[in-house]
Design a binder for this molecule. Structure first.
Ligand code: FEO
Length: 400
C-alpha cells in the first residue's frame, strides 16, 4: 500500500525509510534508520526528482504509481548518482518507455558506469542554469560538484520556490510520519544525527559547500527538500547557520570534548581527573568519549561541534593506540581544522604516542596544540597532578 505525503498541492514525497539497515554505506551505524526521499511533481508533465535505495523499491513504486494515478512518468531528474538514490533508474525506464532521464554530462556518464542501459533518445542533458518547464512548474538546475560526488546538482522549482538539494541538508534517521521540520523537535531528536551525517559524508568538502551556498544565495527559497531526513519549510536560517559553521570548520560550541583510548583504565583515569578539574573550574557540558567503544563517526561529529579537544592515548607497537590512530586518520581525511587540542600520552617504557599524535595534528590546518603535553608512565601518580592542572589552566586560558 502506498505511503506518501503532500509537499504542496502538486508535489509529493514518494520516498520511504529503512529501519533494518545497520550500517549506512556499510560504515555508519544508523540506529534511528534512514530515509530515502524522492519527490514527484504533477503538472502538464510529470517529473520525479531522484529515486531511492533498492531496499525500499517496492514501497517506492507503490507510492509513485499511486500519485501518478494512471498517468505516465515523463521525466526523472537525477540530482545524484549514488546508489542509495539512483537504484531504480533502470526499473523506471523499463516501466515507462517514454521516460526521459534528466542529468548533466557527468550524471549520464555515471549511469552508463553503473547500468547496462540503452540511453539512446532517453536522456536530456542539462547545464548550469538550464530550465525544464513542466507546465506551471519550471525546474532550474545548478551544479553542485563534490557535495559530495562530482556529478551532484540541485534542482530549483521556480513556482513554489523549492530547492531539491540532493544530499545537502540531509540527515540520518527514518521519517516517523513527521516529514517536515516543524513537525519534529529537530534540536532534541535530529541535530546530532544531522551533524554526524554531514560531517562524515560531506565534511571533507567544506569549500565546495561554501561555493554552492554562495551560488544559491540569490535564490528565494521557501522549502528545502533533501534526499535524506526532514523537509525544511520554516526556520531555514537555522539550518543554513549550521551548514555555514560545519562547512567553514568553525566550532558550533565553545566546549571541551576529551577523547581517550585506554587499555586498562589508566589513560582513562588521566582524562577523568582532567575533566573533573575543568568542571571544578566551572566548565560545563564536558564530553568524554572512549575511542574504542564509540563509533568514529560520532567522534568526528563531536570534533566538528566542539572548539577544544583533548586526545589521550597509550603507545602501542611503538605507534598510536589503533582506535585513536583511526580517529586521527578520519579527522585528517575529513579536513578537520581550526581546533585547540591538548595531548596526553601513556607508555610504560618508551612513550611516543604524544609525539606521533602531535605530528598528525600538525598535518591538519590551523590546529593549536596546548602545552604542556602530559606523559603518563603506566598509571597516573601524584607527580602527574601538577601537569594535569597546568593542562587544565591552558585549556581554561584558551577558552576565554
Ligand atoms: Fe545519499 Fe551521496 O548519497
Amino acid at each position: 500500500m502506498y505511503c506518501t505525503r503532500n509537499i504542496t498541492d502538486d508535489i509529493f514525497w514518494v520516498g520511504g525509510s529503512d529501519r533494518r539497515l545497520a550500517l549506512f554505506e556499510n560504515l555508519f551505524p544508523i540506529p534511528r534508520g534512514v530515509s530515502y526521499n524522492s519527490y514527484l511533481i504533477m503538472d502538464e508533465k510529470t517529473a520525479l526528482v531522484d529515486t531511492v535505495d533498492s531496499s525500499i523499491t517496492r514501497q517506492f513504486l507503490e507510492n509513485v504509481y499511486h500519485v501518478l494515478n494512471g498517468r505516465p512518468l515523463d521525466y526523472l531528474i537525477v540530482n545524484h548518482m549514488e546508489p542509495d538514490h539512483c537504484a531504480n533508474i533502470d526499473e523506471l525506464m523499463l516501466r515507462f518507455p517514454d521516460l526521459k532521464v534528466v542529468g548533466n554530462a557527468k550524471t549520464l556518464a555515471f549511469i552508463s558506469q553503473f547500468y547496462d542501459l540503452d540511453l539512446e533518445g532517453r536522456t536530456v542533458t542539462v547545464k548550469e542554469g538550464d530550465t525544464l518547464p513542466l507546465g506551471a512548474h519550471i525546474l532550474q538546475f545548478f551544479l553542485a560538484p563534490m557535495i559530495h560526488w562530482p556529478e551532484v546538482m540541485v534542482t530549483y522549482e521556480q513556482k513554489e520556490k523549492i530547492l531539491f538539494s540532493a544530499d545537502a541538508f540531509g540527515s540520518f534517521g527514518a521519517i516517523n510520519g513527521n516529514l517536515f521540520n516543524d513537525e519534529i523537535n529537530f534540536d532534541r531528536d535530529w541535530l546530532s544525527d544531522a551533524r554526524r551525517y554531514y560531517t562524515n559524508i560531506v565534511g571533507k568538502y567544506g569549500p565546495q559547500v561554501q561555493a554552492a551556498l554562495k551560488k544559491l544565495s540569490g535564490l528565494e527559497i521557501n522549502m528545502i527538500c533533501p534526499l535524506h531526513g526532514p523537509v525544511w519549510r520554516s526556520d531555514l536560517g537555522y539550518l543554513l547557520e549550521k551548514y555555514g559553521k560545519w562547512s567553514t570548520y568553525e566550532p558550533e560550541d565553545k566546549a571541551v570534548a576529551l577523547f581517550y583510548g585506554s587499555m586498562y583504565g589508566d589513560t582513562e583515569n588521566a582524562v577523568n581527573i582532567l575533566a573533573s578539574m575543568l568542571a571544578e573550574a566551572g566548565v560545563k557540558d564536558i564530553a568524554v568519549y572512549d575511542v574504542s567503544s564509540t563509533h568514529v563517526s560520532t567522534l568526528i561529529a563531536e570534533t566538528f561541534r566542539c572548539s577544544h579537544i583533548v586526545l589521550a592515548a597509550p603507545t602501542y607497537n611503538m605507534g598510536i593506540y589503533p582506535a585513536m590512530q583511526n580517529f586521527l586518520h578520519d579527522m585528517k581525511a575529513l579536513n578537520v581544522q581550526n581546533r585547540t587540542a591538548a595531548i596526553i600520552e601513556n607508555g610504560s617504557w618508551a612513550p611516543v604516542s604524544g609525539k606521533l599524535m602531535r605530528e598528525v595534528l600538525g598535518e591538519m590546518k590551523n590546529m593549536r596544540i596546548l602545552e604542556p603535553a602530559l606523559t603518563v608512565k603506566s598509571a597516573v601518580k601524584s607527580g602527574n597532578l601538577e601537569s594535569l592542572s597546568a593542562l587544565k589552566d591552558a585549556l581554561l586560558d584558551s577558552m576565554k
